[in-house]
Design a protein around this ligand. Sequence first.
Ligand code: ZN
Ligand code: ZN
Length: 353
Amino acid sequence: MKAFQFTKNGEPISEYEITKPKPCGKEILIKTIACGVCHSDVHIHEGYFQLGEGAKLPVPLMNDALALGHEVYGEVVEIGNKVKNITIGKKYVIYPWIGCGECEDCLNEREHYCSPFTTRNIGINVNGGHAEYVLVPDEKYLFDAGNTPDEIAGSYACRGLTAYSALKKADLKKGSSSVIIISAGGLGLLALKIIQAAYSINPIVVDIDDEKLLAAKKAGAREVINSKDINIIEKINALTNGGATSVIDFVGAQATFDIASNMFGLKRGGTYVIVGLIGGQSTIQLPLITVTARTIRGVYVGSLKEMDELMSLVRDGKIQHMDVEKRHISHANKTLKDLKNGKINGLVCLTHE
Ligand SMILES: [Zn+2]
Ligand SMILES: [Zn+2]
């Protein structure tokens, strides 16, 4: 089969001919139809996350060639003899956050927290959707997407799931008017669709790019504000009656951390959820965390249970789908570059046909 792989972090992705996996036991072989491109693909390809001041956190860990692609939507082509409820020819989204299956996290519904040294995440530790076929270890990782268009279905496995999990951790009250989403990029827009569907909230969206803000406004944001606006905090105070109650930051840079910390005004009990991994470092005045009773939380993808909840919203047609630009897999290098340079508006997927 064809696989678009790289053999060393940062090196270009090239086409290789590799052995097509043969499923046995509980395994399932999926033919990739479309694979979403997510910002973490840039980091996984480069091999690290930026910690600030030049420090880097390595992304585990390449010992062989890797086909990226953790937002896979595809068709079942072959199954092992112990697979029960999966039909050949049916299409599924793959849950890629697959753990070792044996550690405390894996045994307690926190498989996505499995150690980076033992995890088997698809498109990160083992070949993903940049290969023509993807091997899935168990049918519990496959989700029906209903009538979802092929191009976007895979996006729910990482960006959609991460957005869903972040929203669940943001202590949201249905219909709230004091929720801020930072980023009008692909992830921010997906979160916007999900927060409308699951919480009836039209949030305020903040981004540095006016074109992206326009897309957020069109997608139903109550208000959009450019983060370069020197009056941003006054505007947010006015719009939220004295400060935000929840801020969900899909950028995760020093600049967004600093600005988000001021968005709560003097309101107590606010929750700041950091999702993005652009990186950097910042300082916090500790008494302000205490006297404002603020929660700062990190989010790393989502659990299998959250994926199940999200996909049921997706199947029920509750989430309005976004348009997705389709590119051929041979443009993987350019696509990662575009994403890194902020040149992609909305969502992109790669296909093998
Ligand atoms: Zn584990
Ligand atoms: Zn991702």
